[in-house]
Ligand binder design. Structure first.
Ligand SMILES: Cc1cc2nc3c(=O)[nH]c(=O)nc-3n(C[C@H](O)[C@H](O)[C@H](O)COP(=O)(O)OP(=O)(O)OC[C@H]3O[C@@H](n4cnc5c(N)ncnc54)[C@H](O)[C@@H]3O)c2cc1C
Length: 379
């Protein structure tokens, strides 16, 4: 019987892993020794970093979505079904319709902003972390004539640099539209600096200071009063806004919480090097679904996929699994609508933002289209 490798989740991590596996294990798949199947709850695949460009009307939302089946190689099976429980003992995924047995499971179920985590927030907030949110925010900004914009956030959230980027892009957007002097931009962060990673905090603070962007640290939301348009913070402060953009703390997928296999936020305890679920020899985890203390980012998933695939191929071929993930992440950092910086870091080396340039912004724009090759496992 074929070895059944089931990948749960058809986002960046799941799609990349499945395609790379199918390419590396083509002989085994073709002779029926291995099956690779993606089980995902949507038939469409969103490139989430593209949402930032939708907000500023630089690109339409349709540019950032593809049918998942079209991204997967023909050798990869695909099932669209919403899994409600993972049964590690019986080695199966369970949905209201079917059970899916596996020999090896790869969990790539992502992370999701929890807009209910702060009372009152969901009623009044705008966001750029969902496709609908990005379009709604774009439309609001189009008719905006001035006032106080607050960018509020809590951790953990995916793409830790995105709130800094949207703030810097907002500044440029309003300058280009000759509205900047009528807009007050206030960026907030829950700890004592403007970003968790010190080098990024230093870099961002310099940009904020140079452009008159206000920032408040130790800013921890307790509630939002939608009627009075005020954010209430845990230190008793009241912060009025005309437009609120939030990036609330994220949770793991509902199926992880429901299966009781994650921590209290639904992130799965994962070995930082082997990417195996702690205590499980047949279950691997990658992308946003892990509990690892590194950026929840598409590039993280990409570098993890490289390691995971090498180990899985060795496993299939009866070889030892010796490849280790070193925590590598790489991200562009938009500094405006026309220039960007770039960071790369790992478990041992902190990020060091590169000098900003138009060229780096251009690369980021290029990658918005090249991403589909990454998902196909070609880059
Ligand atoms: C605005 C924004 C900007 C970003 N910018 C960057 C950037 O510049 N660089 C970068 O590297 N990253 C960036 N990211 C982060 C990046 O998009 C994510 O980290 C990446 O998508 C994580 O991949 P993933 O596969 O773990 O999760 P996802 O891509 O979210 O995929 C999760 C998959 O799991 C499926 N799933 C969940 N639950 C179930 C279930 N019960 N049954 C079946 N299927 C299920 C979902 O349908 C989905 O297909 C950004 C994100 C946002 C929102």
């Amino acid at each position: 019987m074929a070895m059944r490798i089931v990948v749960l989740g058809g986002g960046t991590a799941g799609t990349t892993v499945a395609n790379r596996l199918a390419r590396a294990l083509r002989p085994e798949i073709r002779r029926g020794a291995v099956e690779v199947t993606v089980v995902t709850d949507r038939d469409r695949h969103w490139y989430q970093p593209g949402y930032l460009f939708v907000v500023f009307n630089e690109r339409p939302l349709e540019d950032f979505v593809r049918p998942e089946r079209a991204l997967l190689l023909p050798d990869v099976g695909m099932v669209v079904d919403a899994i409600t429980r993972i049964d590690l003992e019986r080695k199966q995924l369970i949905s209201p319709h079917r059970h899916y047995p596996y020999d090896v499971l790869v969990i790539a179920t992502g992370s999701y902003p929890d807009f209910q985590s702060v009372p009152g927030l969901a009623e009044v907030t705008y966001n750029f972390y969902t496709p609908e949110g990005a379009e709604r925010l774009r439309d609001r900004l189009t008719t905006w004539t001035g006032g106080r914009i607050m960018i509020v956030q809590d951790v953990p959230h995916k793409c830790p640099a995105a709130p800094v980027e949207v703030t810097l892009m907002l500044d440029d957007y309003f300058r280009r539209r000759r509205l900047r002097d009528r807009v007050e931009i206030v960026y907030t962060y829950p700890i004592g600096r403007v970003h968790a990673a010190e080098p990024i905090a230093d870099w961002a603070k310099q940009q904020f200071d140079a452009r008159g962007i206000r920032y408040e640290t130790f800013f921890n939301m307790e509630a939002v009063d939608p009627k009075r348009q005020v954010v209430l913070t845990m230190d008793g402060g009241e912060h009025p806004f005309d437009l609120l953009i939030s990036i609330p703390a994220h949770k793991g997928a509902g199926v992880i919480l429901n299966s009781g296999i994650g921590d209290e936020s639904g992130f799965i305890p994962t070995d930082r090097h082997t990417l195996k679920m702690i205590g499980q020899d047949d279950v691997y985890v990658l992308g946003d679904a892990t509990n690892l203390p590194i950026s929840k980012a598409g590039s993280t998933a990409h570098y993890q996929a490289e390691v995971l695939v090498k180990n899985l191929v060795d496993r299939v071929r009866g070889l030892p699994e010796t490849h280790l993930y070193n925590g590598k992440v790489a991200c562009f950092l938009e500094n405006s609508l026309g220039d960007a910086s770039f960071i790369t870091f790992d478990y041992d080396r902190p990020p060091k933002p590169a000098a900003t340039s138009e060229l780096l912004h251009w690369f980021k724009g290029m990658y918005n289209d090249l991403y589909w090759l990454t998902a196909r496992g070609l880059m």
